[in-house]
Design a protein around this ligand. Structure first.
Ligand code: SF4
Ligand code: FES
Length: 363
């Protein structure tokens, strides 16, 4: 099988973050500040990535603005010839710092949106005053004309606010809006009962997104990431394991996806021990689920196997207890009953409190 080079590198610069979102996709065990890669190692990783064939660099976290060397890292990414996207909550960015980042080579910003007003957004993000600070940052981005995507993370408590979310994205000057329903990895699993939308909400969202995408053609592009659990078929997670994207964690582990470390039988190597290209092409972990050879039944003989590659390995592990299994969200999967049981349990009983990612939220 011919393995193409990765197109995108997600650099998780830090796990530090002022927000406490109950759907955080970072691992339960966060990397401490003193274990983060140094500036010089990250700069070398960017050079290696460009030589490998990577075109896009996503600078992420945690909150990447928590890194004091962010401007230097941005400059290094530009020097490597990479297209740069800063994925941020906006907290920690000042007008001066945004200017410095722009001068250093910032191409695009992806700003998260927890809600369309301060009460909702600060409740979801667990950070009082966060919404107002985000709006100041958004105004600065707009004034500078930096290409902006708004990433609206949606769930049961803000999906009914979709119309206002779409309006806000336009007011903020975004060119793209991601209506991204929470995916259940990491901390989000602890809050599944609070976050899972209803089937009706999901259907209505799909209808509204299609209507708005049509109406706003040429003004605002809208992407919709539906909640997996209501899908008939799974997504090709990461476009297929080890096929298009690579993640590097704050301490330098190289992963095929952000949740891969939950799969206990895989060993992930670090950029401190081996060149990025060697890990991409030769490591056992990256080759474990590449292509379709490894697929279990019924995927092996399924007409969709080249479309979704059996779905998400981390979800298969989380829901079926086996990373080698067909993703249980698939209607053809032997393990689908596990998803139906989760759906039934999520909407039974009282689910009125978030379990926040870190400290208790402001009341
Ligand atoms: Fe995809 Fe496997 Fe389901 Fe077929 S059986 S749709 S390949 S997950
Ligand atoms: Fe790991 Fe989908 S999140 S394969």
């Amino acid at each position: 099988m011919t393995v193409p080079p990765p197109i995108a590198l997600l650099a998780e610069l830090t796990h530090r973050c002022p927000l406490a979102c109950p759907y955080c996709s970072n691992p339960l065990q966060l990397v401490r500040k003193d274990h983060e890669l140094s500036t010089s190692v990250w700069l070398d990783v960017f050079q290696q990535a460009a030589q490998l064939g990577v075109l896009q660099l996503h600078l992420s976290g945690g909150e990447p603005a928590a890194r004091p060397d962010l401007v230097e890292l941005m400059q290094g990414a530009r020097d490597a010839g990479l297209y740069t996207n800063l994925i941020t909550s906006g907290i920690g960015l000042t007008p001066r710092r945004i200017g410095q980042l722009e001068d250093a080579g910032l191409d695009h910003i992806q700003l998260s949106l927890q809600g369309t007003n301060a009460d909702l957004a600060d409740w979801v993000g667990g950070y009082k005053g966060g919404f107002d600070r985000k709006m100041q940052v958004a105004a600065e981005i707009k004034a500078r004309g930096i290409p902006l995507t708004v990433n609206a993370v949606m769930h049961r408590h803000n999906l009914d606010d979709l119309d206002r979310t779409i309006e806000m994205a336009q007011e903020l000057g975004a060119r793209r809006l991601e209506v991204a329903c929470v995916q259940f990895h990491g901390w989000a699993t602890k809050n599944r009962g609070m976050l899972l939308p209803t089937r009706e909400q999901t259907a209505e969202t799909k209808r509204k997104v299609a209507e708005a995408a049509q109406r706003l053609q040429g003004i605002l592009a809208i992407d919709f990431v539906p909640p997996d659990y209501y899908a008939e078929y799974p997504k090709a997670c990461m476009g297929g394991w080890g096929s298009a994207g690579v993640n590097v964690t704050p301490e330098g582990k190289v992963l095929p996806c952000h949740a891969a470390e939950t799969i206990p039988h895989l060993q992930f190597e670090t950029v401190k021990d081996r060149p990025l290209g060697d890990i991409w092409y030769k490591s056992a972990a990256f080759n474990a689920y590449r292509g379709t050879e490894w697929l279990p039944n019924p995927c092996k003989s399924c007409d969709r196997k080249e479309i979704d590659f059996g779905g998400c390995r981390c979800q298969a592990l989380a829901l079926a207890g086996d990373a080698n299994a067909t993703d249980p969200v698939c209607s053809r999967a032997p393990g689908r009953a596990a998803v139906d049981a989760v759906l039934a349990a999520a909407h039974a009983g009282d689910n009125n409190e978030f379990t926040y990612r870190i400290a208790a939220p402001p009341k």
